[in-house]
Design a protein around this ligand. Structure first.
Ligand code: SAM
Length: 187
């Protein structure tokens, strides 16, 4: 085996181990939403005004890149902990010169989400429970939450779209209750 082949093998092994490590740690792989899911989610986001959109777990950047490209007047933020997807999404952002896209390699549960007007996610049931807890504790001024596949356990969706795919996957839209400034100050 040539030195180049060995180095290539080590490189591929590091990538694979990094992906496996974060998938096990976070309870979800960086699998992107399907194309039909993106279209449905983009259509929903298009009707939410011009406020900042945050993708909770932005993966390889598939959704945030499309959104930032189609709505250059809007600030788009992605949080992603898994290194490989995050670095690829940063590369795409730079390649496409998306000034309105901001990508952080951070745990979104440790971040202040108050700057968001819309949250978007494709996570798993356990994470949705934690998202619901975070939203109720921090009382940020979020107008909408859009979730691919997994429902918030504590709220009733204002809209549910059933995709025309094999699994009849749902997309949930939640209109978040407005918090009074007094209740925010008390917190
Ligand atoms: C199924 S992917 C969805 C990617 C993208 N949002 C999409 O719809 O195509 C979920 C992503 O969330 C990331 N993730 C899960 N928990 C996270 C956390 N607490 N902080 C940051 N990223 C997280 C995972 O690493 C994974 O890449």
């Amino acid at each position: 085996m040539k030195t180049f082949d060995i180095l290539l093998l080590i490189f591929v092994a590091i990538i694979a181990l990094s992906l496996i490590y974060h998938t096990v740690k976070l309870g979800i792989s960086p699998m992107p939403s399907s194309n039909t899911a993106y279209q449905a989610m983009l259509a929903l986001v298009n009707n939410t005004g011009t406020g900042t959109v945050i993708d909770l777990g932005s993966g390889w950047g598939n959704f945030v890149v499309r959104l930032a490209k189609s709505q250059p007047q809007r600030q788009v933020i992605g949080y992603e902990l898994s290194f490989m997807p995050w670095i690829v999404s940063v590369g795409l952002k730079k390649l496409l010169r998306l000034q309105n896209l901001h990508l952080y390699r951070k745990d979104f549960f440790s971040e202040n989400l108050a700057k968001a007007s819309v949250l978007v996610c494709y996570l798993h049931p356990e994470a949705m429970t934690k998202v619901a807890e975070k939203l109720s504790q921090e009382q940020p001024q979020i107008d909408f939450l859009i979730s691919n596949n997994f429902a918030l356990p504590t709220a009733k969706a204002s809209k549910k779209i059933t995709l025309d795919d094999f699994y009849k996957s749902p997309i949930y839209l939640y209109k978040m209750p407005k918090k009074s400034s007094q209740s925010i100050r008390q917190h």
